[in-house]
Ligand binder design. Structure first.
Ligand SMILES: Cc1cc2nc3c(=O)[nH]c(=O)nc-3n(C[C@H](O)[C@H](O)[C@H](O)COP(=O)(O)O)c2cc1C
Length: 242
């Protein structure tokens, strides 16, 4: 059984710290048997989301994100996001990529059950690596991915690296271990999930509904309701019954 892990790099530097670290992560994934691909966002021309909000079907923006990046993300069994820390969060390039993945979510959660890990590198030792990891993790939770940590070495939240003022992430040996841990765990969990899905011949039940969580949906479900107050009453009664 083949598994594929992709590493998406959101740094404006082609051979900078994030790229080098992603290479460490993907090498570790390969050691667990994954095929890998580094997707550097610099190699693609795409616009940030412009909010058409018509994400059912194909994205209305016909650019490299729709044509070249999205198919790679959908095809992968494991996904790693990597970014430099900018003001305690991810670089704008990576955020633009994340926003554009909405179309994948709105077409029945095609990233559900993929293994997911993240890597953040900052100039300072405590420069926002963990806040940045959390933001990537929270964004991708909306996709229904399975989030992994970086394994038994540190069992923390992902790859956290300190590049220092000269930007030498390669000298942060401990940080590199956390990154390798992410690569290994993403590949390992991707393999287990894929084997399980195949063995069960399981089709995920995730179905996208644009009215989910809206009163319209509740009305359908709780036919008695006519007004917001009545809906709330119905919900309360239902909860009590349960
Ligand atoms: C606009 C900008 C904002 C930054 N914000 C932070 C920050 O909040 N905390 C920090 O420790 N380093 C910060 N840095 C430093 C980068 O995170 C650091 O140099 C990183 O290693 C760059 O990775 P790269 O080589 O992949 O581009 C910032 C750098 C830039 C250019």
């Amino acid at each position: 059984m083949k598994i594929k892990v992709i590493g998406v790099v959101g740094s404006p530097h082609r051979h900078g710290n994030t790229t080098q670290l992603m290479e460490f992560a993907l090498k570790a994934a390969e050691e667990v048997g994954a095929q890998t691909e580094l997707v550097h966002l610099l190699d693609y021309k795409f616009s940030p989301c412009v909010g058409h909000s018509v994400c059912k079907g194909a994205c209305l923006i016909d650019d490299d994100m729709s044509k070249r990046i999205t198919p790679k993300v959908v095809e992968a069994d494991g996904i790693i996001l990597g970014t430099p820390v900018y003001f305690g969060t991810m670089a704008a390039q990576l955020k633009a990529f994340i926003d554009r993945t909405r179309v994948i979510r709105h077409n029945n959660f095609q990233l559900a059950n993929k293994a997911f890990g993240a890597i953040a590198v900052a100039g300072r030792r405590n420069g926002g690596q963990e806040t940045t990891l959390l933001e990537m993790i929270l964004a991708f939770m909306r996709h229904g991915v399975v989030i992994v940590n970086n394994g038994p070495g540190t069992s923390q939240f992902g790859g956290t690296v300190w590049a220092g003022p000269q930007g030498e992430a390669k000298e942060d040996f401990f940080g590199i271990e956390t990154v390798q841990g992410v690569g290994r765990r993403v590949a390992e969990v991707a393999k287990i999930i894929k084997a399980g899905l195949n063995a069960l011949n399981y089709k995920p039940l995730y179905e996208f509904s644009s009215t989910q969580g809206m009163y319209k949906d509740f009305e359908k479900k709780y036919k008695l309701a006519k007004s917001a107050e009545e809906i709330e009453k119905t919900l309360d009664t239902d909860l009590i019954k349960e």
